[in-house]
Design a protein around this ligand. Structure first.
Ligand code: AHG
Ligand code: MN
Ligand code: MN
Length: 343
């Protein structure tokens, strides 16, 4: 007797094409092409991340201290992989990266397209030398200016305008999670065949979470409303059941765990980072799009992150992101205190 498994095997390539056919039959396939190129870049970065520890060992035996350098090298390497995997497809008009001061033009000789790609090539890179998950975060916008090359104005659109966003987590397995506005879907890399396979279709984040993620070493910088909010999440004030505290220090890893298990990730402004630390275009917007698509939310303390109109490429924002009810609690506690207090 032949036994058939009831789980079908769906590659990311086939999923992307079928999703596009279903939701945008008139589409040109350009966006699908970008997503597929991103999956390729993810596999290449995963490969480098996997051998990072090894490079460190080899460096040490050669008598040179590559400890700090390896870390830094990986940021640059991941940045280069993203650019090289995506600059020649004819679908992008420009890119922007957390690692580059200005927008990255499409090299002369390559065709340009109608999309912009913004990314954090390696998120949580300070965690590499202790073998903690890192990630890549990306956001896709549609060009709004005329002309073939992308301009700053094309990048400075609110997160609401994103046509796709996602992240890759290089953890115990490598996963790519993305949305094009039709739900959130997750794929796990099968390293033996080099394919991302659909493992988490239509991810929904629980309405109320299990986890609280915040670096409370900055608690000395918090105002009373923020202290009160954190006491509520911990069940020390009000009547909520306390959340469990988990903080990796890799945004992608913290976000991914909370997306699946529910909860609230907070990176408020602090004394060092008066407008917050996380970058609106490369980190907050793409994850906010995912959060909303999964039934959760993201605010900067008062307003939805996706409604912020950026004025700078490397703009930072405070971020409270996660389960709908947990974000709503943040808004009700923080918004009255923050509104009217000049930014
Ligand atoms: P990156 O490695 O891309 O610069 O991002 C750093 C991040 C983010 O991943 C994480 O959530 C945050 O920095 C942690 O900051 P703290 O150490 O201040 O908590
Ligand atoms: Mn980052
Ligand atoms: Mn980074």
């Amino acid at each position: 007797m032949v036994h058939h498994t009831d789980v079908s095997v769906v590659t990311i390539e086939r999923f992307i094409i079928e999703q596009e056919k279903r939701h945008a039959p008139q589409a040109t396939g350009e966006l699908s092409g970008i997503l597929y190129d991103l999956a390729l870049a993810a596999k290449m970065i995963a490969n480098k991340v996997r051998s990072a520890g090894l490079a460190d060992v080899l460096g040490a035996t050669a008598g040179t201290n590559v400890h700090g350098e390896t870390q830094q090298k990986l940021d640059v390497l991941a940045n280069d992989i993203m650019i090289k995997a995506l600059d020649h497809g004819g679908r992008l008009c420009a890119m922007a990266s957390e690692e580059e001061p200005d927008i990255i033009p499409i090299p002369e000789g390559f065709r340009t397209g109608k999309y912009c790609l913004l990314f954090d090539p390696l998120d949580g890179s300070s965690n590499i030398d202790v073998n903690v998950p890192v990630g890549t975060i990306f956001s896709v916008l549609k060009k709004v200016t005329p002309g073939p090359q992308g301009e700053l104005e094309d990048m400075l659109q609110s997160g609401r305008q994103q046509v796709a966003a996602g992240y890759v987590i290089y953890g115990s397995s490598t996963m790519l999670v993305y949305t094009t506005g039709q739900g959130v879907h997750g794929f796990t890399l099968d390293p033996s065949i080099g394919e991302f396979l659909l493992s988490h279709s239509n991810i929904r984040t629980p309405p109320r979470g299990r986890y609280l993620s915040v670096n409370d070493a900055y608690a000395g910088d918090w105002d009373e409303s923020l202290h009160s909010l954190m006491r509520r999440y911990r069940g020390l004030e009000g009547s909520r059941k306390p959340l469990s505290v988990r903080y990796v220090g890799s945004l992608v890893a913290d976000f991914h765990r909370n997306l699946l298990g529910g909860g609230l990730f907070a990176y408020p402004a602090n004394r060092q980072n008066r407008r917050g630390k996380l970058r609106l275009l490369y980190e907050a917007n793409p994850l906010a799009f995912i959060a909303e698509q999964a039934g959760g939310g993201a605010i900067d303390g008062t307003m939805p992150v996706l409604d912020i109109v950026p004025t700078e490429l490397h703009q930072r924002t405070p971020l409270f992101i996660g389960s709908a009810e947990d974000v709503e609690l943040a808004r009700t506690v923080l918004a009255p205190a923050l509104s009217g207090v000049g930014a």
